[in-house]
Write a protein that binds this ligand. Structure first.
Ligand SMILES: *Cc1c(COP(=O)(O)O)cnc(C)c1O
Length: 375
């Protein structure tokens, strides 16, 4: 059997042709053709007015947080379990991420925990669609509206997910996507900010380009912004991938379905959930095994590696990481679900190259490891 990969893209002739075309049009009228077309088509697909491509998702979040004026003293609510790219931008601006607990079913931000964490200094909530699962968006939007704070959606893992018939990436004031090489739709490195508000869009666009204004005089900067522009060759890959978006999502869902069927009768495991009235884009399949197995995630990862199955750990609670020096015991008490789930969760291989045989092998290996867990 070929090696099994945790992640990896699906690249076809289409992407190669688009890149060739972008290389042939390095200068001239079409030099930003793929950037602009990808931005507008991606936004439209998500029912958003504007799209801004960025070097990655982390910078898209940073850009938006800067544009809404996050500064020292401001608090932004985030879930414990996510990648640090969700929260780094808050810290870049001197703001404070406030870690909240997650729901045991969705693994996403728990509205009850958010309610208890809102303070006078809270400016925004960043909801994260973990593993393509989605939080209770309606409840989160209500909290945001009542408290007059921003709801932002980190949909980096949720291309193709839907909540009550509405696409992930269309909730709140703005949403963020990642096109990192491990993501469903990839440009190697890349990201996208989606939003609707005209003024906020103009502000983000100016900040993305060193504070230059569209159509403004040459070399005149109106702000100290960032250099977060995309380039056409990178965008060409994204554009071509996006022409195949349904196929990409379908394949990811097939992988999730393969794991569901292969592990159907296994006791005490929990996989990705389908959001209410919607569907899961299935970027990656998470597996949380019952406490009854008496197994840690590190042990599970080691034992699966012995079977030639590379798995990743479920995201650690951010408050437990050295990057955020906190009183870990205090956070563990405050956000018990996040600490519990993360301690017994793994991410199964999700590369586009996975074959049925490989999926079967992963399922057999998981069965084997769980069967022998207590022995
Ligand atoms: C991948 C990811 C990011 C960061 O994306 P980059 O493009 O690597 O900056 C942010 N948030 C979540 C939830 C992610 O999965």
């Amino acid at each position: 059997m070929d090696p099994i990969y945790t992640a990896g893209p699906w690249i076809t002739e289409r992407e190669k042709e688009a890149v060739q075309d972008a290389m042939d049009n390095w200068y001239g009228e079409d030099k930003y053709y793929y950037c602009e077309t990808f931005e507008s088509e991606f936004a439209e697909w998500h029912n958003r007015t504007y799209g801004l491509m960025t070097p990655n998702c982390t910078s898209a979040i940073h850009l938006l947080l800067r544009a809404i004026g996050i500064e020292p003293g401001d608090e932004v609510i985030v879930p414990e379990c996510t990648w640090i790219g969700s929260t780094a931008g808050i810290s870049y601006l001197g703001g404070t991420p406030v870690f909240c607990d997650v729901d045991s079913e969705t693994w996403c931000l728990d509205p009850g925990s958010v309610e208890g964490a809102v303070s006078e200094d809270t400016r925004a909530i960043i909801a994260v669609d973990l593993h393509g699962n989605m939080p209770e968006m309606t409840a989160l939007q209500e909290i945001a509206d009542t408290r007059d704070i921003y709801l932002l959606e980190d949909s980096a893992q949720a291309l193709g997910s839907e909540y009550e018939g509405q696409k992930a990436g269309s909730f709140g004031t703005a949403s963020f996507f990642s096109f990192h090489r491990t993501k469903t739709l990839t440009t190697g490195e890349g990201g996208m900010l989606l939003l609707d508000d005209d003024e906020l869009f103009e502000r983000c666009k100016t900040l993305r380009n060193h504070g230059r204004r569209e159509g403004g005089e040459m070399y005149v900067n109106y702000d100290i912004g960032y250099k977060y522009l995309p380039f056409n060759v990178q965008a060409a890959i994204g554009y071509a991938q996006f022409q195949r978006v349904d196929e990409l999502i379908e394949k990811k869902r097939e992988i999730l379905q393969g794991y569901r069927e292969g592990l159907e009768d296994v006791w005490g495991i929990q996989l990705n959930t389908e959001p209410p009235g919607g569907r899961n884009g299935a970027w990656i399949t998470g597996l949380v095994f019952d406490q009854g197995y008496g197994l840690t995630k590190a042990e599970a990862i080691d034992r699966l590696a012995d079977h030639g199955v590379p798995v990743r750990p479920f995201f650690y609670p951010l408050s437990s990481l050295p990057a955020y020096p906190t009183d870990v015991e205090e956070f563990e008490q405050q956000n018990p679900v996040a600490y519990d789930i993360s301690g017994r969760g793994i991410d199964l291989p999700g590369a586009f190259t996975l074959t049925d045989d490989q999926i079967n092998h992963v399922c057999e290996s998981v069965r084997n490891v769980l069967r022998n867990a207590n022995s």
